[in-house]
Design a protein around this ligand. Sequence first.
Ligand code: 13P
Length: 251
Amino acid sequence: MLIAGNWKMNLDMPAARHLAGSIRNSLEDPRPVEVVLCPAYAYLDAVYGLVHGSVVSVGAQNMHAQDAGAFTGEISASMLRSVGCSHVILGHSERRQYFGETDASVREKVAQAVLFGLVPIVCVGESLVERDAGQAERVVAGQVRGALKGVAYPGKGRLVVAYEPVWAIGTGRTASPDEAQAMHAHIRSELAGLFSTGDAAHIDILYGGSMKPENADDLLSQPDIDGGLIGGASLQADPFLAIVRAAMRAG
Ligand code: 13P
């Protein structure tokens, strides 16, 4: 089980430090759940300093596919490694929607992340129009293939996929546990086709989209839901920790 908090473009430095410290202090013992915090770039180093040595690790929300050069405003995999990141979210629907990211650009980034030893959290998910048109499975399968085809399987625990239906992000509307489970099983079968059935079994598939303490138990107890990518509910320690505890129960 893996619970990741995507803080998006929220919080200032004192609030980021306070949140990371509170989460870290509540999770001191070794736990069967991996916890990853993904703050804005400016806070990565500070958050890493606070959680380093605990069960909490740090991820970025995006990165560039090149390692260095004239790319004003961008950040590379090796830079993220140098400030303590172990994970990076790639292809989030907000990146696809507002910043023109495509399956092809996501794939380049995934390959680069793997090369530099970062665990990519590859986001996929259909829009409401696509779901209503009965296209959700086709769209998501295409995104999975588009982002991962030709990428060498990086090993157990070294690749994560997040299913985030766009219509459930920040809307308060969650996929039902059955809807989410059906899509996760579909994603796993696509992963089995790209890698192998055994490898696909070891890829954590997270659900994201209005996950909160009230629905976390039902979602996380589904057989193909291996954790959550949490937006709004990750911005305060209590709801986020409640979701982590739900993941412990779901084991
Ligand atoms: P919410 O949990 O706010 O719906 O956001 C989900 C998300 O986009 C996480 O990456």
